[in-house]
Design a protein around this ligand. Structure first.
Ligand SMILES: Nc1ncnc2c1ncn2[C@@H]1O[C@H](COP(=O)(O)OP(=O)(O)O)[C@@H](O)[C@H]1O
Ligand SMILES: [Mg+2]
Length: 226
């Protein structure tokens, strides 16, 4: 099992602490392709951030690939995230002053000071795979939104990460680009058996996933295999 959340809660600290997730139990096997749906403010991004080790659970336990992340140091978690988790966000978060190729290399540049030759050829292969290799040398802000999202997918896949977490990856795209980006994720899942968790508002897209997890008011209220 890749993801195992048991009795998880997230309480944001503050003057008035805010309980964003309660009693979340979620198990995801390697190779699943699942959607997370729910209204705005229901806790989808909070859940994805916990799963992606961007934030820590307040209650309950979280095992990522069998590792109880609560027992690990921040440095360990950063390393774990760097090897296991790729993110795709609604607004791509590419670094605009770097080239497309450099953006895909960024995870390796963070983990080590210099990307290897192997990293570079992998990055080019990934850019080819997502259909934007011809833009490799352009600055990231010089290509279209759909192309940027393809680059973000290539970046998320770099170094063979087994888990891709996508938060509204098509939320900012028109229908044609949205369908193309989703189709690309689906194909990559078929090819590489990468596990995908995709937060989406788009019912059409959710319906094309293998599993739909519904979050309401910080709780999982429905979990169906399609
Ligand atoms: N850093 C934070 N501090 C306090 N409350 C937060 C924080 N982040 C999110 N929330 C609150 O937690 C709830 C869930 O947010 P979020 O997970 O972003 O929902 P969704 O992604 O489903 O729209 C919302 O009510 C939001 O206002
Ligand atoms: Mg959100």
């Amino acid at each position: 099992m890749l993801i195992d959340l048991k009795g998880v809660a997230k309480i944001y600290a503050g003057l008035v602490p805010f309980r964003a997730l309660s009693d979340v139990n979620l198990q995801v096997d390697t190779g699943e392709f699942a959607a997370i749906v729910g209204q705005s403010g229901s806790g989808k991004s909070t859940l994805l951030n916990l799963i992606g080790l961007l934030d820590k659970v307040s209650e309950g336990t979280y095992l990522l690939d069998g590792i109880d992340v609560s027992t690990r140091s921040d440095a360990d978690l950063t390393r774990l995230r760097g090897t296991k988790v790729g993110f795709v966000f609604q607004f791509h978060y590419l670094l605009p002053d770097f080239t497309v190729l450099e953006n895909v290399l960024m995870p390796s540049a963070v983990l080590e000071s210099r990307p290897s030759k192997q990293d570079r050829s992998e990055a080019m292969r990934l850019l080819e795979r997502v259909g934007v290799a011809k833009h490799a040398g352009k600055l990231a802000n010089a290509i279209s939104g759909g192309e940027q999202q393809r680059v973000a997918i290539a970046r998320a896949l770099a170094r063979g990460k087994p888990l891709i977490l996508a938060d509204e990856p098509t939320g900012n795209l028109d229908t044609a680009n949205s369908d193309a980006v989703f189709k690309l994720m689906r194909e990559i899942h078929e090819e590489k058996k990468t596990t995908f968790l995709i937060v989406t508002h788009d019912e059409r897209i959710a319906a094309q996933c293998d599993r739909i997890v519904k979050v309401t008011d910080g709780r999982i209220v429905d979990d169906q295999r399609v």
